[in-house]
Write a protein that binds this ligand. Structure first.
Ligand code: TYD
Ligand code: MG
Length: 435
């Protein structure tokens, strides 16, 4: 509470505070494990049920969470909603906004809903005022947006440099523990995911959450890639609309809603997103390359390297000619399917586009394609099949080692890409003729 919080002096910041009595859960004497109170640092709900599910209940006091994602994906929006939700439940919360002015934050908050009392704002890039602000406001949650934009005047370097990012994170981790308050730090990740900052930060924080999605599409996924307080497999699904991010209960309205069954160049993949299977349409379009120009290859939401590999395997091992062909491949809905299990769906969408023969509309496919044209096993086959069956798909083309599917689903095992192409595009015995 407020009276137990005060501005820590430099001595505390450097040493005593880290190991003193304020440090959550720390003990000075060795304890038997059953003497430890397991309920002491339980998670506090954020008020966004979909996010709480990903976090295993909420944010743990004293913990630091890094929320990573590409610019524009919705990190600030999501966190402003969390802050507003906790503030309107009666807890003061603090936003350190280093990227947006106080006016911009207010305008955005007004778009998201009524302005909650108790949402405190510190619009600054200089973190030296943070200890005092924490002492003044005694917040139940602190958000720092973003780690690349803040700086610690005691450390060298410009904001965003590795030294500054490290110094600021160290300070934030320390203050979180000292005040036993959960803190969330925004980190921008580039398209290539290579930015030195957040990647090296991952081991300094307790939890790493990633927001993914294509800014031209509504669907956003939130997943924990590191979590000291719970499992990392849960997937949160949100939709960006005019009033911020809303939980999505039926992702297939966005993912499969506009699908045209019976169209060539389309295959449905039960993709794994975290531990959850999600059906994603993979599309391909091919057209003859203009004379004297190199062939174009465009990959959106699918792995460009694997696309090149699959084209070579189709040509060399499956008798599907893709030479002098422009190729466009994408995963629909802004979801990225980079796992090797997507190979077979991508290869069959390509074969279907080249031959202009549609795959059966109630077919799902998954499997890794090897350089020899063999279909290799992939993880989580039962979960993929169960999700496909639940959504109403009745046929599956899968690797040989895959178990049979749930009742009502006919599972056809394939050994080679040539065999899969023949079965799926109808140039051999029909799929529902058994295997
Ligand atoms: P933002 O949260 O600023 O992204 P980030 O912090 O990850 O860079 O939001 C990005 C986009 O979301 C922005 O281009 C506008 C859009 N948006 C909406 O569509 N609806 C809304 O209610 C809000 C607040 C933003
Ligand atoms: Mg932002």
């Amino acid at each position: 509470m407020a009276q137990s919080r005060r501005t820590p002096g430099p001595q505390e910041l450097l040493g005593e505070g880290l190991f003193g009595p304020d440090r959550g859960g720390a003990t000075e004497r060795a304890l038997a494990l059953d003497e430890v109170d397991p309920t002491q640092s339980g998670p506090v709900p954020t008020g966004l049920a979909e996010l709480d599910r990903v976090l295993g209940g909420g944010l743990v006091p004293g913990s630091v969470t890094l929320l990573g994602g590409e610019p524009g994906v919705g990190k600030s929006t999501l966190l402003l909603q969390v802050l507003a939700s906790m503030a309107s439940a009666g807890a003061p919360v603090l936003l350190v906004s280093a990227e947006e002015s106080a006016q911009q934050v207010r305008r955005r908050a007004e778009r998201l809903g009524p302005l909650p009392a108790g949402l405190m704002l510190l619009a600054t890039t200089d973190l030296s005022g943070l200890p005092a602000a924490l002492a003044d406001t005694a917040p139940a949650l602190v958000v720092v947006d973003s780690i690349q934009a803040v700086f610690d005047p005691a450390a060298a370097g410009t904001p965003g440099s590795l030294g500054q990012v490290r110094a600021c994170t160290d300070l934030i981790v320390h203050l979180a523990k000292l005040h036993r308050v959960p803190m969330v730090v925004v980190g921008h990740v580039t398209k290539e995911g290579t930015l030195a900052g957040p990647r090296t930060l991952e081991h300094l924080v307790d939890t790493v959450l990633g927001v993914e999605g294509d800014r031209h599409h509504a669907l956003r996924t939130v997943r924990a890639t590191k979590h000291r307080f719970g499992p990392t497999g849960e997937l949160g699904l949100f939709e960006m609309n005019d009033s911020g991010l809303a939980a999505v209960t039926d992702p297939y309205r966005l993912l499969l809603g506009d699908r045209r069954p019976g169209a060539s160049g389309s295959a449905v993949l039960p993709a794994m997103q975290g531990q959850r299977a999600l059906l994603v349409e993979v599309q391909a379009l091919t057209s003859r390359t203009a004379p004297e120009t190199p062939s174009r290859r465009s990959a959106q939401g699918v792995d460009g390297g694997r696309l090149a590999l699959l084209l070579a395997v189709l040509e060399q091992r499956a008798g599907v000619s893709v030479m002098r062909t422009d190729v466009f491949a994408s995963a629909v809905g802004g979801i990225r399917v980079l796992e090797p299990a997507a190979d077979l769906a991508l290869a069959l969408a390509l074969a279907s586009a080249v031959t202009d023969r549609a795959l059966p509309p109630d077919l799902v496919v998954f499997g890794e394609v090897g350089l020899g044209g063999e279909i290799r096993q992939v993880p989580h086959a039962p979960r993929r099949l169960a999700e496909a069956a639940r959504v109403g798909f009745r046929h599956a083309l899968v690797p040989e080692s895959c178990p049979d599917g749930p009742a009502g689903m006919e599972v056809v095992h394939v050994r080679s890409l040539a065999q899969a192409v023949a079965l799926a595009t109808g140039s051999s015995a029909p799929l529902d003729g058994g295997d």
